[in-house]
Design a protein around this ligand. Structure first.
Ligand SMILES: NC(=O)c1ccc[n+]([C@@H]2O[C@H](COP(=O)([O-])OP(=O)(O)OC[C@H]3O[C@@H](n4cnc5c(N)ncnc54)[C@H](O)[C@@H]3O)[C@@H](O)[C@H]2O)c1
Length: 437
């Protein structure tokens, strides 16, 4: 295939080297004349293991060259990878100067081209940038329409400097964001020989994946360091602790707890986080990440309360009251907090929670209910149909197969606020609002 790579920095140079090593004919394009001259001499313009050899071999085979001319880059190829920098402004916002400029250059070059061309955005950009910023510039300067005269995909780059070539051949995943199914086929072909989980999705989701990944990686580093510094103060070997932590691939290093939904609660997580933060404070250790977790959780609970308050509808039903299904434990349930706040503001509340109903009569929680939440106990009913029929708004607190048949009986003038992303939500007649989706 004939491929041009715009931007010969870390990402672009690695793409040039690896694509040419795979046998593609590659043209590197950069505004920096030194980088262009370096590549044209068969040398890599960046320091990175293995890349020098790949570039020198492909250069000798006549598989790669570089130019400062976007017109040449576009005219000589069928597909272009866009790898220009997207640095931060001083206020943290994304500087799109280079991206906009390269789109203007490429747009003008596309205007002179007869055959269709695919543009693959690899620079890290916030969701919406490709479709709302880059595409309009390309259309304006090319005089062509996206999806007709040219095609765009978003393909986030997951390489790490220092192991970039290895990461190219063994990526954690390959993600292709496309406007319409099929538009990314050419890219899928290019990556055909690489074994990795392969995902095709929307352009916006592909853009967001890159930010979720990097935010999580940064969070992991900060978390590990806070545990480490606290361990040092407590004279515990932090690496031993984290080695044990990492052995747990069921709850720690796993999918568990990562799906967006409602706040955490219960008798352990809030209590243990508070104790750990307090211990850190006692030892003069700063743990802003650990301290921020409860604040984030509380903000999430407030978000749900505000959402309900803003509706101005006073009859609210709750399906679920505990912090998760299949328990009667009400300690630190965020749903209890939501219910208590609404009650304080004069809302009329009805609650269905099978486990709490049983527990109120016989369970270990009977005393807790009688002593701590007698005012909520009286709002409980064992008739789910009564809750859904008499409420203007129904809050689904957790996922339970019991709920769907009752929710399906609700009418279009009622609203369901789903905190649990229940199965079968597409079959509902009532208005529907998912908390994080
Ligand atoms: N460096 C990494 O490890 C890494 C990893 C994944 C993703 N990314 C993302 O990839 C993008 C590129 O990162 P980088 O580190 O390779 O950047 P870089 O700053 O090293 O290189 C960018 C290159 O783009 C060139 N350029 C600027 N305007 C141009 C134009 N109009 N036409 C042609 N070339 C132009 C610059 O001269 C420079 O050589 C960024 O969005 C970054 O966030 C970087």
């Amino acid at each position: 295939m004939k491929i041009s790579v715009f931007g010969l920095g870390y990402v672009g140079t690695v793409s040039v080297g690896c694509l040419a090593a795979e046998g593609h004919r590659v043209v590197g394009v950069d505004v920096n004349t030194d980088k262009v001259a370096t590549l044209n001499s068969g040398t890599a313009p960046i320091v990175e293991p293995e890349i020098g050899d790949l570039i020198s071999k492909s250069h000798k085979l006549g598989l790669l060259n570089a130019t400062t001319s976007s017109v040449e880059g576009i005219a000589q190829t069928d597909i272009s990878f866009l790898c220009v920098g997207t640095p931060s402004h001083n206020n943290g916002s994304l500087d799109l100067t280079y991206l906009k400029r390269v789109c203007e250059d490429i747009g003008a070059a596309l205007a002179q081209k007869r055959t269709p061309h695919t543009l693959v955005f690899r620079s890290t950009t916030l969701p919406g940038t490709t479709e709302d910023v880059a595409v309009p510039i390309l259309e304006k300067h090319s005089g062509k329409k996206v999806g007709e005269g040219f095609f765009v995909c978003y393909n986030p780059e997951f390489l790490r400097e220092g192991t970039a070539v290895k990461d190219y051949y063994h990526p954690p995943k390959i993600v292709i964001g496309e406007r319409k199914q099929g538009e990314g086929d050419v890219l899928a072909q290019i990556y055909g020989g690489i074994e990795a989980p392969f995902v095709r999705t929307s352009i916006r989701a592909a853009e967001m994946v890159k930010y979720s990944d990097n935010a999580f990686h940064a969070l992991k580093v900060a978390f590990g360091n806070e545990i480490g510094i606290l361990c040092k103060k407590l004279e515990i070997d932090s690496h031993e602790v984290m080695d044990i932590f990492c052995k747990d691939t069921k709850l720690n290093l796993s999918k568990v707890y990562l799906k967006p939904g409602f706040a955490f609660g219960g008798s352990c997580l809030p209590k243990d986080l508070r104790a750990l933060s307090y211990q850190a404070k006692r030892h003069d250790v700063e743990t802003p990440v650990l301290n921020a977790i409860m604040a984030s959780n509380n903000a999430h609970v407030r978000g749900v309360i505000n959402k309900i308050l803003e509706l101005g509808k006073k009859r609210v039903g709750f399906l679920g009251m505990t912090f998760k299904p299949d328990t009667d434990d009400l300690r630190e349930s965020p749903l209890v907090e939501v219910i208590e706040t609404l009650l304080g503001k004069g809302f009329s509340i009805k609650i269905y929670d099978k486990n709490v109903m049983i527990s109120r009569l016989i369970g270990a929680n009977k005393r807790f209910i009688e002593e701590h939440i007698p005012h909520l106990s009286s709002l409980l009913t064992d008739r789910i149909d009564e809750v859904v029929q008499s409420s203007q708004v129904v809050i689904v607190g957790y996922a339970s197969p019991d709920f769907l048949p009752a929710l399906k009986t609700m009418s279009a003038d009622q609203l369901i606020i789903d905190l649990a992303r229940i199965e079968g939500r597409d079959s509902l007649t009532a208005a529907y609002d998912g908390i994080c989706w």
